[in-house]
Design a protein around this ligand. Structure first.
Ligand SMILES: [Zn+2]
Ligand SMILES: [Zn+2]
Length: 279
C-alpha cells in the first residue's frame, strides 16, 4: 500500500461539496494507484492545507464509467479537457481543517514545496500527516473491489496470474511463484524486454507513459516437469507476455493441453490473415 499526496485545484473544482454530497470523487489518474492506497488531498491556493484523507476504491475507469460531476466544475473548459484518460475513485475517509496541516507546518516537517504532481509519502512527513488524522490506522473500507473482497492490487501485473483467476488448482500456484517473483521478473525483462512474445504488443507503445514497464511474465516449464531440484533458467523458462496472451497460454485446448507460444502465434497469424489485417 502506498501513501500519496496530491493537489486539488480549488479554482477549477468544488472538492468540498463533491465529497460532501457523494463521499467520493472520481479523479483523473496521473499515477499508478492501486486499490487500497491512501491519498491525502492538498487544497491549493487560497486554502493551502491538506484537508482530505481518502482511499483508492477503484482504478482504471473510463470517463463513461465515472460519476457525472459536471456541477462541481467551476471551469467547463477544464471539465471538457478532463474527459479523456483514466480515472480512479477516491473514497473520503476523513476531512479535517486545521492549521496543523497547512503548507507552513508541512514544510516544517519535510515537505519541499506545495504539491503539484502526485508524490509518494514516507518517513517523518507521512508520520506527521497521519497523526493529524484520527483514523491513522489504515482502514479497509467495506466495499473494496468488485466482489466485496479485499483486493490489494487490482490490476493483474502483480496480482494473480491467470491460473489463479481461472482455475485455482493448488499445483498451478507453484508455477505462479516464478511468474510473480520479482527477481525472476526483473531478470526476464532485462533479457527479453517488455514486448509480448506472442502478439508483439507493447504497453508503452500502446498507452504511453502509463503503460511503461507493464508486462506479465509467463513460465514455460510445465509443473509436471519441475522436480524438487528445479533451477530456473531465466533465458529459457520465462517470457514476457501481455495479459491477453497470458490468459490464452493458460487455457486448455480440447485435448486438455495448453497451447504453446508457437501454436498461439500461428492461431493469431491465421486469423489476422483471414481478417486481412497485418500481423
Ligand atoms: Zn500478447
Ligand atoms: Zn503464465
Amino acid at each position: 500500500m502506498t501513501h500519496w499526496l496530491i493537489s486539488a485545484n480549488t479554482k477549477l473544482y468544488n472538492h468540498y461539496k463533491s465529497f460532501k454530497d457523494h463521499g467520493f470523487i472520481d479523479w483523473k489518474m496521473s499515477s499508478r494507484y492501486h486499490v487500497g492506497d491512501i491519498v491525502y488531498v492538498y487544497s491549493s491556493m487560497p486554502i493551502q492545507k491538506i484537508q482530505y484523507k481518502t482511499v483508492v476504491e477503484e482504478i482504471n475507469m473510463r470517463f463513461s464509467e465515472i460519476r457525472d460531476d459536471r456541477e462541481y466544475w467551476k471551469d467547463l473548459n477544464a471539465y471538457n479537457i478532463a474527459k479523456s484518460g483514466l480515472y480512479a475513485r477516491f473514497r473520503l475517509l476523513e476531512r479535517i481543517d486545521g492549521y496543523e496541516l497547512s503548507i507552513e507546518k508541512l514544510k516544517q516537517h519535510g515537505l519541499k514545496q506545495a504539491p503539484q504532481h502526485p508524490t509518494k509519502l514516507s518517513g517523518t512527513l507521512l508520520e506527521y500527516i497521519e497523526k493529524n488524522f484520527q483514523q491513522n490506522i489504515s482502514i479497509v473500507p467495506q466495499k473494496l473491489g468488485k466482489n466485496n473482497s479485499i483486493v490489494e492490487n487490482i490490476y493483474p501485473d502483480e496480482i494473480d496470474c491467470p491460473e489463479k483467476i481461472f482455475e485455482g488448482a493448488q499445483t498451478k500456484v507453484m508455477v505462479n511463484t516464478y511468474e510473480r517473483n520479482s527477481k525472476a521478473r526483473a531478470k526476464c525483462i532485462e533479457l527479453k524486454g517488455t514486448h509480448c512474445y506472442v502478439c508483439g504488443m507493447n504497453f508503452e507503445q500502446m498507452y504511453g507513459e502509463i503503460g511503461k514497464g507493464f508486462i506479465h511474465i509467463h513460465h514455460l516449464v510445465p509443473i509436471s516437469k519441475i522436480g524438487k531440484e528445479y533451477q530456473i533458467d531465466y533465458q529459457k523458462d520465462l517470457i514476457p507476455v501481455c495479459p491477453n496472451c497470458h490468459a490464452m497460454l493458460h487455457r486448455k485446448k480440447l485435448n486438455g493441453e495448453s497451447p504453446s507460444v508457437e501454436e498461439l502465434k500461428k492461431i493469431i497469424r491465421k486469423r489476422m490473415t483471414a481478417l486481412n489485417l497485418d500481423f
